[in-house]
Write a protein that binds this ligand. Sequence first.
Ligand code: NAD
Length: 508
Amino acid sequence: MSTSTTGHEMSAELRELVTPGNFIGGRWRDDADEGLEVIDPATEDVLTQVPQAGVADVLAAVAAAREAFDNGPWPRMSPRERSAIMARLAERVAAHAEPLAELGVFEIGSPITLSRALHAGGPIQFLEYWADMALKGPHGRFQEGLPLADGPTVSASMLFQEPVGVVASIIAYNYPLMLIAFKVAGALAAGCTTVLMPSPRAPLSSIAFTRIAEEVGIPEGVINLVIGGADAGQALTEHPDVDMVSFTGSVAVGRKVMAQAANGLKRVVLELGGKSPNIVLPGADVDATIGPSILRFTRNSGQGCGATTRVLVPREETERWSEGARKFMDGLVVGDPWDERTDVGPLIRREQVRSVEGYVDRALEDGAEVVAQTPGAPPERGFYFMPSLFGGVDNDAEICQEELFGPVGVVIPYDTVDDAVRLANATRYGLNATVWGPTDEAMRVARRIRSGTVALNGGGPERPDAPWSGWGESSVGAERGEAGFAEFFQVKHVHWPLAGIGKPPGVR
Ligand code: NAD
């Protein structure tokens, strides 16, 4: 652990929470041939080293999860017992909220004000939701009777919602605790067991979560943690004892994961990228759309799958909107994520900055213009990219089609609402969208957009009971809400004859 050059040091409580190790079958393992450096994106300092798991660790973790599912208490507990443990988990995460928010700054570089919501508050809210769902079951029931079937033999039928089994939970780096709260907690609420594999760029939040889960008495083998690279991910997703793969990450890796899981015909949920539109409709309060629109693609330094990065504006309003964007972006504070005034912190790694720079350089070579850019040089240390808005490009340009995962937006003028809808849908993604304008018209447009989520006029707060999924290359299956919960179950039909009851006349 180091003192960061921003002058911040991990508290004793946080250091204890992130004590490095892989967690397999209820035991922490800190031995490994190789160590993995965890870097503070704001200072470039090494925060700590974690032992890197290899294929042998993955095999041991899957074996532990399998044993816990096949013979352990977790899937056999009553919903009430499981729900009580899940509620304790939510409570204990809440008790560590401030150190977890600090961890979001150390590990991801998120500004502290955002981190409190994104890396602590949000996950707590989702954990509470899953504690409730663990009691209620999918769509409100774990079992139900079907109406008696008549016919030659009267029979009775029950449907049971059984947990699907061992779930491989593989997550992206950008808000790890939130992603754990989406998928690991959903799997646990269903009675599944899991092997969690975080991004090697942000493993500490997963260590912290696993330590809290251990503290609340989740039985041995139910949660296993392996911190590894692509080889470990491949071994995990190909393993015959894994029943389901729930993956959040890029399209490129998602495609591999789907192929790796295909041989075993495993259930797969993939939550992938986006290139989401932000439509300003005629009649919208143009000035009021500017700040929230910019914040939506600069939040967490643009490292959000749902970032609305393509801003579609009526042609006649484009200059006014762009002028407002310049003023707003002039005022964005980029830098020290510990400073409560900071809007935009660093990106996760230098290579991520280089990747964003590459997209921007190619766009400029192809004739894109800078519409607005937060002024000043980025801080000397840390992986910063100054928030930028481009124009002068068609929707089919690379910068309008590829997910940059940096604080970069593009403004695209349109002529008619039909045109706006066509441009919004002209993407291979379909994850998120924003529409600004008179509510009736905004709703009509929302219904025409191929997108799993659409926020009208700023939308509402995060809701754990709403599903998250998308069209095209953004998703396979769903996460969160009832639809996401249902992914963790296999329905079982049990039926039997009711001898001598109600046979229709004339039937033997
Ligand atoms: P990534 O695809 O590089 O990595 C994701 C995870 O895959 C990591 O844990 C990595 O270790 C693992 N992995 C790598 N190779 C693997 C393999 N062959 N088999 C199995 N696992 C393997 O993604 P990232 O850079 O960490 O995250 C950014 C991406 O995640 C963006 O595209 C973003 O849109 C997406 N994302 C999507 C959502 C959503 O809900 N749709 C949420 C957050 C992030």
